[in-house]
Design a protein around this ligand. Structure first.
Ligand SMILES: *[C@@H]1O[C@H](CO)[C@@H](O)[C@H](O)[C@H]1NC(C)=O
Ligand SMILES: *[C@@H]1O[C@H](CO)[C@@H](O)[C@H](O)[C@H]1NC(C)=O
Ligand SMILES: *[C@@H]1O[C@H](CO)[C@@H](O)[C@H](O)[C@H]1NC(C)=O
Ligand SMILES: *[C@@H]1O[C@H](CO)[C@@H](O)[C@H](O)[C@H]1NC(C)=O
Ligand SMILES: *[C@@H]1O[C@H](CO)[C@@H](O)[C@H](O)[C@H]1NC(C)=O
Ligand SMILES: *[C@@H]1O[C@H](CO)[C@@H](O)[C@H](O)[C@H]1NC(C)=O
Length: 544
């Protein structure tokens, strides 16, 4: 966080400490309590819209199943517009004017930095199911919980993939935000462990226009590395891939790997952009298929269409599922806390009806936090367990974008590494340049050959290979196209040479330079010919 942001955050905290939090539970005649919960999302963004539909459905579904519960959550949804200050001021408003006892969200990692401080200061749990920056979780801020994985969890799977294909260098392309930058130190470590270097890091501003993206891509083209890890949200990622396709970087020889940022919502990305992404690989959270999930997805899709009539159809994605599970956890925890509270309150004198809060503090905060941490269950998104204040490592799925659709090609687990099927234990480790055990990948340019990941820069020099017609044309025969002047060479020596080049772990663009004149007559003896290498002659056009 930079200093201005920190100052603003401190100011907000000072404002906050003067606020008194009002009565938390509105006890109605039937004895049912109310626990106010704030949700801070970027309602303009795809993930925000997905999350909104999901948490609203979760509220309805939960109380449909638990009709006799005595404490009900009341949800207050706020838009942050993707702005840190807006998110923070919504949080203060929710605490001051709506007495919220828990906050869901915020969506972005940078917003979470602000909101988690504010929540922590009032002992109000803040649960984000989208903010993945590893730095967010600190023992200093115990009231911040992460109902998703930290980005530190997926770097090992990325490193395994890169090692499995025998690539030696990668360039990460990331957005210049807390989310984008957060993964880099972990990625560096994971790659170092498998002996892969990172010659350059390409940070792209979140608000970059397509000209700026184009400039950065041109820069990447002049470098040798042809393997890119794309760690960004879909907004800027869409511009990146559209431009990369335009510039010919979604073609033979290039490899692109998406992180969770785009891979998790791959099926919600517009078909036009997906088309540009053909051949990319991706690593995303794995959600086990279940009957409940299928049924939920159908209902969710209809509901999303109602909520967003003008938007293209989409899928709940991992974010929608985790949002749904978060509400279920919170609703269970609220019920548990209110029971404890009811009992302890009866034991105390009843005179103090307003003694629920000290100044600016949620007195039920510690109990609510404990109840959330202890509630483990099998949710729609898989095992939901916040014991360690964030979800623990699960399984990553590896995907390949093929003809504008995502194809599941395998899995990565900490124990088994990369393998095609989940229940298979045979895989140990891949050897250099062997093909890992994954379903066949279609690479950019519809290529079937694994990109070498390394190439002399497009604008760089080619390797000049001197050739001359041998007395035995079976060994080497040189011909020059009279129109284009392109030299071609054939024969045994040439076959051996080209086969050796194919075996190299990187690609070398080359051209043949003939030591013959236009009539096909050699400029000199074989010894003269070899001596040209020592002389560093560029072409043999002039007679010797
Ligand atoms: C309590 O809830 C009822 C019904 O939801 C509402 O009419 C009333 O204004 C609330 N009271 C307070 C103090 O919030
Ligand atoms: C609600 O009902 C279920 C079974 O019908 C029961 O097990 C549970 O204890 C009840 N909860 C409350 C708070 O009454
Ligand atoms: C709380 O509500 C009052 C009255 O609507 C408003 O003036 C105030 O700005 C709100 N507080 C915050 C922090 O937004
Ligand atoms: C967060 O809250 C805990 C307990 O209430 C407190 O010990 C800690 O200092 C707070 N952290 C910050 C950064 O304010
Ligand atoms: C009522 O609350 C006040 C302030 O929280 C406290 O000082 C006082 O002891 C409480 N009274 C009783 C009878 O619990
Ligand atoms: C081919 O070489 C000849 C003679 O060096 C030259 O006149 C001609 O322009 C060249 N053609 C091309 C297409 O470069």
């Amino acid at each position: 966080m930079d200093t201005t942001a920190k100052t603003t955050s401190l100011l907000l905290l000072m404002v906050l400490s003067f606020l008194g939090l009002g009565v938390a539970q509105n006890v109605t005649q039937r004895g049912a309590g109310i626990l106010n919960v704030g949700a801070i999302l970027n309602l303009q963004s795809l993930v925000g819209k997905i999350a909104r539909t999901s948490i609203l459905m979760a509220m309805e579904d939960f109380y449909e199943v638990h009709r006799n519960y005595t404490t009900k959550l009341v949800l207050h949804i706020r838009g942050s517009n993707g702005d840190n200050i807006q998110a923070a001021s919504e949080a203060v408003d929710l605490l001051e004017n709506y007495s919220v006892r828990a906050i869901i969200g915020p969506q972005k990692s940078s917003e979470a930095t602000f909101v988690s401080d504010i929540g922590n200061n009032s002992q109000v749990p803040v649960i984000s199911f989208t903010a993945t920056n590893p730095a967010l979780l600190s023992s200093n801020v115990p009231y911040f919980l992460r109902a998703t994985l930290s980005d530190a969890a997926q770097v090992k799977s990325l490193a395994a993939l890169i090692k499995a294909y025998g690539w030696r260098e990668v360039v990460p392309i990331y957005e210049e935000t807390d989310f984008g930058r957060g993964i880099i130190p972990y990625l560096v470590d994971a790659l170092q462990e498998v002996g892969v270097s990172m010659p350059y890091r390409s940070g792209i501003s979140q608000s970059a226009n397509s000209d700026q993206v184009e400039q950065e891509l041109y820069k990447l083209m002049t470098m040798q590395t042809r393997v890119y890890i794309v760690h960004m949200s879909s907004t800027i990622g869409s511009i990146l891939f559209t431009k990369a396709k335009e510039l010919g970087m979604m073609s033979d020889g290039y490899a692109w790997i998406l992180t969770d940022g785009m891979a998790n919502i791959i099926n919600s990305i517009s078909p036009l952009v997906l088309d540009a992404m053909d051949g990319a690989l991706g690593v995303r959270f794995y959600v086990p298929k279940s009957k409940e999930l299928g049924y939920f997805t159908t209902r969710w899709t209809m509901r999303y269409k109602q909520d967003n009539p003008n938007d293209p159809p989409t899928e709940p994605s991992i974010f929608g599922l985790r949002g749904y599970d978060t509400i279920w956890t919170l609703a269970q925890a609220a019920e548990k806390v209110s029971m404890i509270n009811a009992i302890s309150q009866k034991q105390q004198q009843r005179k103090n009806s307003t003694c629920l809060g000290t100044l600016g503090m949620s007195t039920i905060g510690p109990k609510l936090l404990d109840a959330i941490l202890q509630h483990k269950f099998k949710g729609l998104s898989g095992d939901f367990d916040l014991t360690n204040r964030q979800l623990q490592f699960s399984i990553f799925q590896i995907i390949n974008v093929v003809r504008s659709e995502s194809k599941e090609i395998g899995f990565w687990t900490a124990k088994g590494g990369i393998h095609r099927n989940l229940n298979q234990n045979g895989y140990k480790d891949t050897y250099l340049n062997s093909i890992p055990d994954l379903s066949p990948v279609v690479w950019p340019g519809e290529a079937n050959i694994v990109p070498k990941g390394w190439q002399f820069p497009t604008y760089g020099k080619r390797l000049r290979v001197g050739v001359r017609t041998s007395g035995y044309p079976e060994f080497m025969k040189v011909e020059r196209d009279p129109v284009t002047n392109v030299t071609t060479a054939t024969g045994y020596a040439i076959d051996v040479f080209e086969e050796v080049l194919k075996q190299l772990p990187y690609a070398i663009p080359y051209e043949y330079v003939a030591f013959d004149n236009a009539q096909g007559v050699s400029h000199g003896t074989y010894n003269d010919f070899v001596y040209q290498v020592h002389l560093g002659v560029r072409n043999f056009g002039s007679p010797i």
